[in-house]
Design a protein around this ligand. Structure first.
Ligand SMILES: *[C@@H]1O[C@H](CO)[C@@H](O)[C@H](O)[C@H]1NC(C)=O
Ligand SMILES: CC(=O)N[C@H]1CO[C@H](CO)[C@@H](O)[C@@H]1O
Length: 738
């Protein structure tokens, strides 16, 4: 088939995608890296030569500083592994259409939602609608919504969306609407805009339909139940008739809401509609459900019964498509005659559409997206990030890559075209049952891995180890947009979950340094360690921000005299590292202010989220506690949204994380003031004072919230109390010992 189609033209023999190396500041970067490495060595020599003798004051602090600096140095080396050979990918979707338009493979889109309270159904169906209206033959497109909340409300929202799609999809096609999430589209385009003027009446009518739908869904959410008359109309609701059905305890529910197989499901202008399926896999209290990984695996099986497409796109429920051609772009990587057969997955970056200008919570992974992931892509070993990723079904299902075997690329994806809907639903329910996975390889060799909170990263690693390659594709125009956490609490909870999961991988048998030999280039394996080691990185960081200030109070000097040659490497590393990271951030489009905010968030994350993640992971591996998957809520009160938009940090939260943020800030402030009063401007202590001063400067929003602000985003009284006590105790210990 491939040969035949190539002869049909479309730039015969030309590749479907091109990989270009990014040149640029190559030499400059090497000089920079060599300088830093030299300075790091110099610092280590200084530490070992000047270590106080046993019994001398401050010996333990010196040892700690030495260890911390060695660890920072090694970590820094691993961060350089992802700054060596960046590449950029260019797919050619015109060539794809010319060569393969009639043989395009079927594509299944998975959308996962977990809870109607945290993830409002109105938002979820906007994402579903954006997936249904991809610029792709509808008979080859199927959209699956997995509802781990098992909620009739979500099912109701999906029914509403299926009705609205009959109007929305033709509207999108006629007016080339972008983005195709109605929520995002109507929020972005106002009724006096160019788009509205061009479409006229139809625009207003469509918006009215959308708003009515949204209103009905939100009303049902508020009431907490589906309207009676709707329940009677659709037999699907009978699944919820039994009063024992709850979120954690219910049978499998599979409903084919739109059956796009035969061509009798059409939109308002008579064009075919994509298939749309609702799934709530069986949940039983005695049966581990394995969170999102379990839901993904159920989706893989259910879709194999219904549409069995060879390509799978998975999206989080808040991540809508901002580009209706993304499927075609991704297929270029899979279908390239030369290199496509080995591609396991194509990862798109995670972008957000509610980032404020100076990004106070450092949500935007600018440098990560623009630089680090590009490099991993350069090694053809990009990580799987859990959303915005196209998979080849066979590689996700655990198949080994083999050069000799033809890929399973049948266009005849709808294997059971003539089966009745009822029959398909019954069969699909069986594979969504808890018992189906018992004693099987699901979650082990097949599908998404279980038992590790960063299930996506470990799954990606295992696919790479089976011989597949992966591509990272970062188009100029963002392909998928999600919702970024808009409070500090949410952001830290998310990072705690990530860093814990990644550290679990590091200490598991899937550590990329141990496995992957021969499959993943060494540079990429080192690159993975940057993220897998987030959690333990908290220990040297905590030491570095807590011990030097206490030593200042005690009069123990930890850095060389300003003006001595030993001071040079410290100054050099400090200045070069910060200048470089500032330049990197600005070159990726961040404002200098956003960079400054990112440094604060790095400090806060490393000393709180990463530390608690480390503690949890260690306890967990000792068998003390279980992993818990904390869901990040996507709803926000007006109050928090207003603060977020004004870029005022929100410290309202009672967790230990907030106590440690405030304690560290207070400790540094007390010690800096105390040290200045006691020692004055002693050059022996300049290094420590500069360090303390910087920490205090970075923490200025914390002091602002502690002492000046009076709104609801301040620290809770109990948090303030605890942190004052803790910081004072630490200072007193320092003074008493000194
Ligand atoms: C989304 O797509 C639009 C084009 O429809 C583009 O202008 C924009 O830059 C993209 N990204 C965001 C964040 O809006
Ligand atoms: C969930 C959430 O906070 N969404 C917000 C994203 O940002 C836009 C504008 O900045 C707000 O309108 C949304 O409410």
């Amino acid at each position: 088939m491939a040969v035949e189609s190539r002869e049909r033209g479309g730039g015969q023999g030309l590749p479907l995608f091109e990989t270009k190396k990014l040149g640029g500041a190559r030499i400059g970067h090497k000089v920079f890296a060599a300088t830093i490495l030299g300075c790091l060595g110099w610092i280590w020599v200084y530490r070992s030569l000047h270590l106080p003798r046993p019994g001398e004051k401050g010996r333990w602090a010196w040892v700690g500083m030495f260890v911390a600096e060695v660890l920072f140095g090694l970590y820094w080396v691993s961060t350089q592994s992802v700054r060596w050979n960046a590449v950029c990918q260019y797919p050619f979707k015109e060539r794809l259409s010319q060569r393969y338009e009639n043989d395009l493979p079927a594509v299944d889109v998975f959308v996962c939602t977990a809870d109607p309270e945290a993830e409002p159904p109105a938002m979820v169906v906007s994402t579903v609608l954006s997936a249904m209206s991809f610029n792709y033959p509808p008979e080859k497109l199927s959209v699956y919504l997995s509802d781990d909340g098992g909620s009739a409300l979500t099912f109701y929202a999906l029914l509403e969306a299926s009705k609205f799609s009959k109007r929305w999809i033709p509207f999108c096609k006629k007016f080339k609407v972008e983005p195709r999430s109605p929520g995002a589209y109507f929020a972005r385009h106002s009724d006096v805009g160019r788009e509205a003027a061009a479409a006229g009446e139809e625009w207003f009518a469509t918006r009215k339909l959308y708003e009515d739908m949204k209103h009905r869904i939100e009303e049902a959410m508020e009431r907490g139940s589906v309207p009676m008359e709707v329940k009677e109309q659709h037999e699907g609701f009978s699944e919820w008739n039994n009063p024992t059905v709850t979120k954690r305890d219910h049978q499998s529910i599979v409903k084919i809401v739109i059956d796009g197989r035969q061509g009798d499901a059409v939109d308002d202008v008579g064009c075919r509609l994509p298939t749309l399926v609702y799934l709530a896999r069986e949940k039983r209290p005695q049966c581990p459900h394995n969170f999102k990984a379990g839901s993904m695996n159920a989706l893989i099986r259910v879709s194999s019964v219904i549409s069995n497409a060879p390509v799978i796109l998975n999206l989080d429920c808040d991540m809508y498509s901002n580009n209706s051609d993304s499927i075609r772009d991704a297929l270029c990587f899979f279908m390239d005659e030369e290199r496509g057969h080995q591609m396991g997955f194509v990862q798109y970056p995670q972008n957000f559409d509610n980032i404020t200008k100076n990004d106070i919570y450092f949500n935007f992974f600018r440098v990560f997206n623009e630089i680090e992931l590009r490099e991993m892509g350069g090694y053809e070993a990009a990580p799987y990030c859990g959303t915005g990723c196209f998979h080849r079904r066979e590689s996700l299902c655990g198949r080994q890559y083999s050069r000799d075997r033809e890929p399973e690329w049948s266009c005849e994806a709808r294997t059971r075209r003539d089966e009745t809907v009822e029959r398909l639903e019954e069969d699909a329910k069986l594979v969504a049952d808890c018992s189906y996975e018992k004693g099987s390889q699901w979650g082990k060799e097949m599908g998404v891995s279980y038992g590790i909170a960063a299930e996506d990263v470990v799954t990606g690693l295992r696919i790479l180890c089976r011989g597949w390659r992966s591509v990272y594709y970062n188009p100029k125009r963002e392909a998928f947009l999600g919702v970024a956490p808009n409070t500090l609490d949410l952001s830290l909870v998310q990072y705690k979950r990530w860093s814990e999961g990644m550290f679990q991988i590091f200490i598991s048998r899937y550590c990329p340094l141990a496995i992957g030999h021969g499959h993943i280039p060494f540079g990429a394996r080192l690159g993975y360690c940057i993220y897998l080691l987030w959690a333990p990185l908290s220990l040297p960081t905590l030491f570095y921000v807590a011990v030097p200030p206490v030593c200042l109070l005690r009069g123990v000097s930890l850095f060389p005299l300003v003006g001595s040659p030993w001071f040079v490497p410290f100054a050099c590393v400090f200045l070069a590292r910060n200048a470089y990271s500032l330049a990197e951030a600005v070159s990726c489009g961040a404002t200098p202010r956003a960079w400054w905010n990112s440094q604060r968030m790095l400090l806060i994350r490393r000393t709180t989220a990463f530390f608690f993640a480390f503690a949890d992971a260690v306890l967990n591996s000792l068998g003390v506690s279980q992993i818990a998957f904390d869901l990040t809520a996507k709803v926000a009160t007006e109050d928090t949204v207003a603060r977020y938009e004004k870029e005022i940090m929100d410290f309202s939260g009672s967790s230990m994380m907030f106590v440690s943020i405030a304690t560290l800030a207070l400790l540094n402030l007390f010690c800096l003031v105390g040290g200045l009063m006691k020692l004055g401007m002693d050059f022996k202590f300049t290094g420590q004072m500069v360090l303390g001063g910087l920490v205090v400067l970075l923490n200025s929003p914390v002091y602002h919230a502690l002492f000046i602000r009076r709104d609801k985003g301040c620290f809770l009284a109990s948090v303030v109390f605890k942190s004052f006590v803790l910081a004072s105790v630490a200072c007193s210990i320092g003074i008493l010992m000194g």
